[in-house]
Design a protein around this ligand. Structure first.
Ligand code: A2R
Length: 311
């Protein structure tokens, strides 16, 4: 099988590449932006900016993938507040470019579009755990762009009978994640405190928010199964089904350090609008794929902390 990972040099792309190559035995092509680097040798690497539709068409005609994983995105909620236009361009216009380039092909590859649990936005207490059929009320720019991407994915799937499967991915975490995301940020700070590079004070944002965290290595296994087994035009939650407060995550991370670390709230880390609780109902997912988590939360946190200690 031939897979193409668009936006493959990011956090998820690294683990998805490894999984498709070594667990699935597929041939893998990856796209990256010109300025990024990729460590893996056994893949075909292409430079691609998804804002340039012609280059996507050219690439697809050359690679002719069976499976397309569309990971390319402006993936940070925080950055989406600071640069909404870029987020809209990449996540909506870029995704339309990808879908429209695939529409022009003379065959129908399977496509996985990655949306977000953030699309649900302000979830009411009686809506937890949240089902795919729930209202979506995006609470930030990133979430709105992902909701739009998935709506357009559904339209393309129905209008052109394209094999597009959509996911709403809840928070995924693990080693190598950018420290703009909360778990990586906390682990990096603790590792730097341990090395004496930062005073023994950890700077935090909103600790009360509850999120559904899954190890990225489990998430990519779900993606590879879903692109094969999911139904075209359908959206699937990918998450653990359990929400944990950021404060609990912080306490877990601190418990793995022998340092005496003070906690300080930093207003730069607070988002303009925060969504208090996000937790997935994964029953629809589990009806189509045989998947369970291999990495418990404490193991992921220990691995992530070890990663930052080694940096
Ligand atoms: O922003 P950069 O320089 O880190 O590059 C990101 C890349 N990307 C693009 N690729 C092609 N054309 C563009 N115009 C463009 N803009 C950004 O997509 C990065 O290398 C990749 C996305 O990777 P990450 O930001 O590390 O996201 P992650 O955590 O791998 O998430 C994968 C997907 C995304 O759609 C997220 O929104 C979703 O899962 O949660």
């Amino acid at each position: 099988m031939k897979a193409l990972i668009i936006g493959g040099s990011g956090f998820v792309g690294y683990y998805l590449t490894d999984h498709l190559l070594h667990d699935c035995g597929w041939s893998v092509s990856i796209t990256k932006l010109g300025n990024e680097s990729i460590e893996e040798n056994n893949v075909n690497i292409y430079n691609l900016d998804i804002l340039d539709k012609k280059s996507i068409v050219t690439l697809l005609k050359e690679v002719r993938p069976d499976y397309i994983f569309h990971l390319a995105a402006q993936s940070s909620v925080l950055l989406s507040w600071k640069n909404p236009a870029l987020t809209v361009d990449v996540n909506i216009k870029g995704s339309v470019n990808v879908l429209d380039a695939v529409r022009e092909l003379d065959y129908k590859p399977h496509i996985l579009l990655i949306g977000s649990g953030e699309e649900y936005g302000h979830i009411q207490p009686d809506e937890i755990p949240i089902k795919e059929s729930n209202h979506i009320r995006p609470g930030n720019i990133y979430a709105a762009t992902k909701a739009c991407q998935n709506m357009i994915g559904n339209i393309y799937a129905n209008a052109y009978q394209m094999d597009i499967i959509m996911v709403r991915a809840f928070n995924h975490i693990g080693p190598k994640q950018s420290p703009i995301f909360v778990v990586a940020d906390f682990c990096k700070q603790v590792a730097e405190i341990e090395k004496g590079l930062q005073e023994p004070v950890i700077r935090v944002g909103n600790l009360s928010a509850k999120r559904d965290f899954t190890d990225v290595r489990d998430v990519v296994r779900a993606y590879s199964l879903l692109i094969q087994k999911g139904k075209a035009g359908e959206v699937y939650n990918v998450g653990s089904g359990i929400s944990v407060s950021i404060n609990k995550i912080l306490q877990m991370i601190l418990s793995y350090s022998s340092m005496d670390i003070k906690i300080l709230q930093d207003k730069n880390k607070l988002r303009p609008v925060d969504v208090p609780i996000i937790e997935a109902d994964v029953s629809k997912l589990l009806k189509v794929i045989n998947w369970t988590r291999k990495y418990a939360l404490d193991l992921t946190i220990q691995d992530t902390l070890e990663y930052w200690r080694g940096c």
